[in-house]
Write a protein that binds this ligand. Structure first.
Ligand code: FES
Length: 103
C-alpha cells in the first residue's frame, strides 16, 4: 500500500520541547519540536503501560514517559536501556509552514 501524506499541523502550532497530540485516521500521534529545530512524530502511547508521551519531558532527542520515566528516542522510537521496547515513528516533512506526516 502506498503511504499517504497528511497535513497535521502548522509549525507555529508547536512549542519547543512541548508535545502536541493529534489524531489522524484513528491513530493518536505525538508531535514534538526538538531543540535542534527538527520535528518528530511518534505513536502517543508508551509501550510500558500506555502513558501519554505528548505529556512527557523532552530532553535532546528523547522523551521521558510521564508515568514511570521510561526514556524513548524520538528518532527511531527505541526505548532506552535498561527498559526495552519501541514505539511507532512517522516520517515528517515541512513545506512552508505546514507539517505533514506519512501514514
Ligand atoms: S507507562 Fe510509560 S513508563 Fe510506564
Amino acid at each position: 500500500m502506498q503511504a499517504i501524506k497528511i497535513k497535521v499541523a502548522e509549525v507555529t502550532d508547536l512549542m519547543e520541547k512541548i508535545g502536541k497530540t493529534i489524531e489522524v485516521q484513528g491513530q493518536e500521534i505525538a508531535l514534538f519540536l526538538l531543540e535542534d529545530g527538527s520535528i518528530r512524530a511518534v505513536e502517543n502511547r508508551c509501550p510500558h503501560k500506555g502513558g501519554t508521551l505528548s505529556e512527557g519531558i523532552v530532553s535532546s532527542e528523547y522523551v521521558f514517559c510521564p508515568l514511570h520515566d521510561w526514556k524513548i528516542c524520538l528518532h527511531d522510537g527505541l526505548v532506552q536501556k535498561p527498559d526495552t521496547g519501541c514505539i511507532k515513528t512517522y516520517k515528517v516533512s515541512v513545506e512552508g509552514k505546514d507539517i505533514f506526516i506519512k501514514l
